[in-house]
Design a protein around this ligand. Structure first.
Ligand code: 13P
Ligand code: SF4
Length: 301
């Protein structure tokens, strides 16, 4: 293991590379990253990266967004099959139909989406900035894609706008139900419940805090409480425990695991850096059209 880490470290210098990792990738990959964060933070780091190569340890919409935001850089993905299923759960035809049906509509696209969906949207959001951005939009009607759960949560926080929802969902978060909340609260009656807004409404309404992966980590770190039930992918436990060695963290459900994020191994990071494999390519046409919605997110957030 140390040998792999040393080789990655050497390649980083030799190739002038920076390694970005999402909180959901395996612990040992987070350990070698230069920057670990939520989708919003990583997209800002990718846009401003000055190194020649960005190694993106995450799923494909993250690498694709990095390439769109900073096209002059080589963006490498350790496993190009690591994909977010929700990123595909909306349709361009439906976007066009909503645009025909409603005046004064903004298509708001969760960053967990393909470049093609971003291209047809007005603005991107992440779970860390969605409420702020939707409030700032001049439009009365909001078509929120692809995540229905995040869409409903944002709608509950911005009651003066009219929302049209799409039926996408994250399989990892959407499978958590009220019964899981009940049994975890019974097992840990003194713990606060912190959840990601990709969870269903029946889970969100029981929560003490709702936020992005960074939001959950910051909340737990600043809280006076010492026990927390965590309702998001279990990769966040690495940073939660690192920052708070004396606090206790329990999974809301035992199998909150994103199989795609877990495809990113140290061996694959080394291999993609050695062979410069897994390079993300986007056409100029897609880059120009999808960049507008990503840039607008960075502007409004
Ligand atoms: P964050 O933006 O909160 O890191 O979430 C990304 C994600 O994929 C949640 O499932
Ligand atoms: Fe996609 Fe869910 Fe995995 Fe996040 S946890 S990358 S939303 S499948």
């Amino acid at each position: 293991m140390d040998n792999i880490k040393n080789r990655i470290e050497n390649l980083k210098k030799a190739k002038n590379a920076v390694i970005l990792a999402h909180y959901y990738v395996p612990d040992e990959v987070q350990e070698i990253a230069d920057y670990i964060g939520d989708s919003y933070y990583l997209s800002k780091i990718a846009k401003d990266a000055s190194q020649d190569t960005i190694v993106f340890c995450g799923v494909s919409f993250m690498g694709e967004s990095a390439k769109i935001l900073n096209p002059g850089k080589k963006v490498l993905m350790p496993d190009i099959t690591a994909d977010c299923p929700m990123a595909h759960m909306a349709e361009v035809e439906k976007i066009e139909a909503v645009r025909r049906q409603y005046d004064n509509v903004a298509v708001v696209c969760y960053i967990n989406s393909t470049g093609e969906l971003k291209k047809h949207s007005d603005v991107c959001v992440t779970s860390a900035n969605a409420i702020k951005i939707v409030k700032a939009l001049p439009n009365k009607n909001i078509y929120f894609i692809p995540d229905e759960n995040l869409g409903h949560y944002v709608a509950s926080q911005v009651p003066d706008k009219h929302f049209i929802f799409n039926d996408g969902f994250c399989p990892v978060h959407a499978k958590i139900g009220q019964v899981d909340v009940k049994s975890s609260k019974n097992a840990h009656p003194n713990a606060l419940l912190l959840v990601h807004p990709e969870c269903r409404e029946e889970v969100l309404k029981e929560a003490d805090y709702i936020g992005s992966t960074s939001g959950i980590i910051n909340y737990a770190s600043q809280s006076e409480a010492s026990e927390f039930i965590i309702g998001t992918e279990l990769g966040v436990m690495y940073e939660l425990k690192r920052k708070n060695p004396d606090k206790k963290f329990y999974p809301l459900m035992p199998d909150q695991i994103c199989e795609d994020m877990k495809k990113i191994t140290l061996e694959k990071v080394l291999e993609c850096m050695e062979n410069e494999s897994g390079a993300v390519e986007v056409t100029d046409e897609l880059r120009n059209s999808a960049n507008a919605s990503l840039d607008r997110m960075l502007e409004l957030a």
